[in-house]
Design a protein around this ligand. Structure first.
Ligand code: HEM
Length: 532
């Protein structure tokens, strides 16, 4: 019989090579007992599972949770060319933070870290020695227990400004100053965001960006540009930028992310650079900072005075970390707290009854009251459980191959801790999708639940939020004072339970649409306005 010679084409070679690779893989596993990767979607060549995640208008934490329901609490997928694991329950999270905390304490290098983190030098975006150095500076100069105590009066002042703002607005509503009914409503989302941004501005460079507290040396245009920068930065940090996951496509900048990042640079630097230069000049002047009373809790002043090795860019990077990360997450928590209380008026009344009993109506709620307000504490914990502001934390990145849940995780894997999924685990929480603050009356303390990774709104391990000690009371005090000073009701014609809970897609999971409501003062004006 005549033997047929099959011509060797390019595609035959590719098939042969693929078969050979597969065989080698199987043999390695047989001979060396190599563990397999965690289960997960197969994905496509080049794009991996990037486009299998579902509609982009749904927050990524929900898309990952839907996939985890199919593949399990430890899931492996390729986001473009990046190997990625997603952790979706407390058992796996506990193992992750216990056995792999060091290994996964880096951050993947994404375009936002290059631009906002000035070449990955900020706390949020840095890895390795730079991260250790920056975290130490944070602890020493800003977020230690002593410093957090020093910041309390500044926070109280900004909370008072917020109450005064709401009061003014509610009065103009009642006096019918506004031609359209909706114009007089309180836009809780924007007012609380403004208050938190002002608070972070005060802490970082002694200036508020809105209103008249502090001393703004920048021109109104520079301030406007900076506000625009903060809003845009939050949006950009929240995107899955295709160029980060498929490096070959980076130059195409399909979503325009790199372009936007470049364009924002003058906006962010227009305000920050002159402040840093002014501080450097003051530091070298004969008077130094000693006579600048109002700068005593100012973070940039401390960095300029004590860390001469930090460049202007390093300092801008940490300022941006704090402004973008600190203001948006805390205001998101307050807006969700108000949303749920408006949806559940009996809880709103219960908090107000507790405030009346403990604080009374002739002063504002202060930090020293927080320990005596157990129901308000439950409301804040339940809000952070059901609506964690950073539901996927910030991606972690491994340096070495390791084992997790009995599976092999390759080196250089990106890890997402799905806090949203962990907080809705029916094994830990009954009716996990419902807002039931009372559940925390019987559940263990916040510390114990954090150690067990059952309640981790601030994440856990080495990269856990360093702002927690400041942020939790901030949320409690903003919410407490909004409820103490005002009676709240949904906009006319809308029932509480009909207020939507639609989420914006992004790293910080805020409301999709701003929360608006009617407010009527329930304390004398003087309680808010007359302050010695
Ligand atoms: C309710 C408010 C807040 C929540 C829920 C929150 C939550 C988080 C979460 C989940 C992370 C990621 C941790 C990880 O990657 O595993 C984080 C990181 C961070 N947060 Fe917060 N945060 C809040 C407020 C603040 C405030 C007020 C500040 C500053 C004063 C702050 C500063 C930071 C910084 C600098 C990081 C990066 C830490 C690192 O990369 O090592 N946060 N936060």
């Amino acid at each position: 019989m005549e033997s047929k010679i099959v011509p060797v084409t390019g595609s035959t070679l590719v098939c042969l090579a693929a078969a050979l690779l597969f065989l080698v893989g199987v043999m390695r596993r047989c001979w060396f007992g190599e563990k397999s990767l965690p289960p997960g979607p197969t994905g496509w060549p080049v794009v991996g599972s990037l486009y299998s995640l579902g509609p982009r208008n749904i927050p990524a934490c929900r898309r990952f949770a839907a996939l985890a329901a199919k593949y399990g609490a430890l899931m492996f997928l390729r986001m473009g060319s990046r190997p990625t694991v997603v952790i979706s329950d407390s058992t796996t999270a506990k193992e992750f933070f216990k056995s792999q905390d060091n290994n996964f304490s880096s951050r993947p290098r994404l375009a936002t870290g290059k631009h906002f983190g000035y070449d990955y030098s900020s706390v949020v975006f840095s890895s390795g020695e730079k991260f250790t150095e920056m975290r130490l500076i944070y602890s020493a100069e800003l977020l230690s227990s002593t410093n957090v105590k020093k910041l309390a009066p500044v926070r109280m002042e900004e909370i008072r400004f917020l109450m005064a703002d709401v009061l003014r607005r509610s009065e103009s509503e009642r006096l019918g100053d506004r031609p359209h009914a909706t114009e007089g409503l309180i836009n809780i989302t924007s007012m609380v965001f403004k208050a938190n941004l002002n608070l972070m501005g005060r802490i970082i460079f002694s200036q508020s960006l809105f209103g008249d507290s502090g001393t703004v040396n920048a021109t109104p245009k520079e301030v406007e540009n900076f506000k625009f920068f903060v809003k845009s930065a939050t949006r950009l940090v929240g995107l899955f930028n295709v160029g980060d996951y498929i490096p070959a496509l980076r130059w195409l900048d399909l979503q325009g992310v790199e372009g936007d990042l470049q364009r924002l640079k003058p906006h962010q630097e227009g305000l920050l650079l002159p402040i840093i230069h002014q501080y450097r000049k003051m530091h070298h002047s004969a008077e130094g900072f000693s006579k600048q009373e109002d700068r005593r809790v100012d973070f940039i002043a401390a960095l300029v005075a004590k860390y001469s090795t930090l460049s202007d860019e390093n300092i801008m990077a940490v300022a941006i970390d704090l402004i973008v990360g600190g203001s948006d997450s805390a205001s998101t928590a307050v807006e969700w707290g108000m949303t749920e209380l408006l949806r559940h008026p009996h809880y709103l009344q219960e908090v107000q009854a507790e405030l009346d009993a403990v604080v009374g109506r002739d002063r504002l709620v202060e930090l020293s009251d927080c320990d005596k307000l157990p129901f308000l504490d439950c409301v804040v914990r339940e809000t952070l459980r059901l609506h964690p502001p950073s539901p996927l934390a910030i991606p972690h990145y491994s340096s070495q191959e390791c084992t997790l849940g009995g599976c092999r995780i390759p080196a250089k894997t990106t890890a997402y801790v799905n806090i949203h999924a962990i907080h809705r685990d029916p094994k830990v929480y009954t009716n996990p999708n419902e807002f039931q603050p009372k559940r925390f009356k019987t559940l263990p303390s916040m510390q114990v639940m954090a150690q067990n990774c059952e309640s981790i709104p601030f994440s856990a391990g080495r990269r856990a939020c360093p702002g927690q000690k400041f942020a939790f009371p901030t949320v409690m005090l903003m919410l407490g004072n909004l409820l103490q000073c005002f009676s709240w009701s949904p906009p006319p014609g809308i029932r509480g339970e009909d207020i939507d809970v639609d989420e914006a897609p992004g790293v910080v999971c805020s409301r999709l649409k701003p929360l608006v409501a009617s407010a009527t003062p329930r304390v004398e004006k003087s309680v808010i306005l007359d302050h010695k």
